[in-house]
Design a protein. Structure first.
Length: 392
């Protein structure tokens, strides 16, 4: 069994939450070519991403209470097992609607896979130590968006788009075996009433009455919205607008995500020294600056990969300076309902962020402007949410 404080549990928890961006990012390079392969429209192919995001977000509401009721291990292992099956269905799809159905189930099962590791971190740690551990998990998390599109682009060239989903299924199966063998149950006292609707409603009402919780919830929601806008629009911008191939897309996308790895590393090292709020303040200001530059270059029609990669790399660095602290600060006051607090936090994040991704898809006009503008507006929302809440 894993022991709290050791490197192994942090690595495993980080790998579990890394499954989420890997599932989103690994097939991005394939999306333009999937239009022809599945006889679908670009909007329908982008719907595979939006459906996954919406399903993931909505399922957050029950994933946390289930883990509070039955324990962290059962919720996680059931989620991983069904996720593997759904990934195989995606790989076997012969039309767009079967693929969308598989993505729907993937998203539903991603909820416990994403919620439980963070709830485990809250079970074991609190405050700035929790932010430190979440930042270390974020370092592992930050690797996935770098390597996933590179792996996915090569799998696409060598074997076709289906190989991306088979790879995800194999990775999830390995995580299932590792979690089953080594992950302890960290919930000390299961709440038998956690899944009762009146209790769920009361817990969520309690959270929504907390100004501190709402403050950090909005910071995280707008930050996630900018990230999802980039994920939704990047393949079409790099491949369709800038004329880069699938392999080039993997390298360009991975270059942007290097910023997230750097930001997670900075956050893990600095949060205990400077405090959560100072780090979030610096991160949100940098996000706003990077988002503004990105939008300005897009509207000036600077059609070069560097006009996207450079500001987005800075944005990702700032995002990962912000998100672990915002998550820890929101969850710390609620140790008795950490699962529910985590669920509501990520539900709101994904509800707002999935809408941002959908807007990018619906407004795509053959330029980078819809994606860049959405990122800039979301960055402004993150900046204002933190500062107005702090002033209040």
């Amino acid at each position: 069994m894993l022991k709290p404080g050791a490197a192994a549990p942090t690595l495993l928890l980080g790998a579990l939450i890394a499954l989420a961006p890997m599932t989103m990012d690994i097939y991005l390079a394939s999306m333009p070519s999937m239009v022809g392969a599945l006889s679908a429209s670009p909007d329908e192919v982008q719907l595979t991403l939006s459906v996954y995001m919406y399903a993931w977000g909505c399922a957050q509401l029950w994933a946390g209470p289930l883990s509070d009721r039955f324990g962290r291990r059962p919720a996680l292992l059931w989620g991983l097992g069904i996720f593997v099956c759904a990934s195989i269905v995606c790989a076997m799809s012969r039309n767009i609607w079967t693929l969308i159905g598989g993505r729907l189930v993937q998203g539903l099962m991603m909820a416990p896979i994403a919620v439980v590791p963070r709830a485990i971190a809250r079970d074991l740690y609190a405050g700035e130590m929790a932010a430190h551990v979440l930042s270390l998990m974020g370092v592992v998390l930050g690797i996935a968006p770098i390597v996933a599109p590179i792996i996915g682009s090569h799998l696409h060239v060598w074997f076709g788009w289906q190989a991306n989903f088979l790879f995800v299924a194999a990775f999830a199966a390995v995580l299932f075996v590792a979690a089953h063998a080594a992950l302890p149950e960290t919930l000390r006292v299961p709440d038998a009433r956690a899944t009762a609707l009146p209790v769920i409603a009361a817990n969520y009402a309690r959270l929504l009455r907390s100004r501190r919780y709402l403050e950090y919830l909005l910071v995280a929601a707008f930050g996630q919205s900018a990230l999802f806008a980039f994920i939704a629009g990047s393949s079409f911008v790099f491949v369709a607008v800038l004329g880069r191939g699938e392999t080039d897309f993997g390298m360009l996308f991975g270059s942007v995500m290097l910023g997230s790895l750097a930001g997670a590393t900075i956050s893990s090292r600095r949060v205990k020294r400077v405090g959560i709020d100072r780090l979030i303040g610096a991160g949100t200001a940098t996000m706003l600056a990077a988002g503004t530059v990105l939008a300005a270059l897009a509207w000036l029609r600077v059609d070069h990969p560097a006009a996207v990669v450079a500001p987005m790399s800075v944005f990702m660095l700032a995002l990962m300076m912000t998100m672990p602290g915002a998550t820890a600060a929101a969850l710390t006051p609620f140790p008795d309902i950490a699962g529910s607090a985590s669920s509501l936090l990520f539900f709101v994040q994904f509800a707002v962020a999935s809408t941002a991704a959908l807007i990018v898809g619906l407004t795509f006009d053959g330029t980078a402007r819809p994606m860049a503008s959405t990122i800039a507006v979301a960055s402004l929302g993150t900046f204002l949410s933190f500062r107005l809440a702090r002033r209040a």
